[in-house]
Design a protein around this ligand. Structure first.
Ligand code: C2G
Length: 132
């Protein structure tokens, strides 16, 4: 079974996230989403999410492409995640291009950056709503 993994905040879930998850799942048989905890989002990414971790997890678990959702608590957990979950494919949007190549060198996983879906982001949604 080919295991795929991806990481993210996935706040205010939108079609850009779905496009990413769909393509990630197409690269294997089992998709693990490592979901940023509320604390990690604030401490590491200065992101205050609209939905809590539990709500974001519930939304992701309802998506047909997603097989498992686990928490992301640190930038440094990726290597151990690759090993613990016997990952074959690491997939991220290309806004992260190059940032995780070390995973291929250190764990042998295949690293792929997929094109982001244009014109949609959580920030864009918030800005558009504020303008209305
Ligand atoms: N994404 C996308 N197209 C968009 C918006 C997002 O393909 N229009 C992708 C991102 O490239 C990322 C995933 O959807 O691969 C989740 O996006 P975010 O929730 O913004 O994730 P981020 O905050 O970048 O967290 O350790 C890695 C981090 O946790 C990634």
């Amino acid at each position: 079974m080919k295991r795929v993994i991806t990481y993210g905040t996935f706040d205010m879930l939108h079609y850009g996230h779905i496009n990413l998850l769909k393509r990630a799942k197409q690269m294997g048989d089992y998709l693990i989403v490592v979901l940023s905890s509320d604390e990690f989002n604030w401490e590491a990414k200065q992101k205050k999410t609209y939905f809590s971790f539990e709500k974001r997890k519930q939304l992701l678990e309802a998506i047909r492409y997603v097989d498992l959702v686990i928490p992301e608590n640190s930038w440094d957990q990726k290597i151990s995640d690759m090993q613990a979950w016997q990952v074959d494919e690491f997939v991220m949007g290309d806004d992260w291009a190059g940032k995780f190549d070390y995973l291929a060198e250190q764990t042998g996983v295949n690293v792929t950056y997929l094109a982001r879906t244009p014109e949609i982001s959580t920030t864009q949604i918030k800005n558009d709503l504020n303008r209305k």
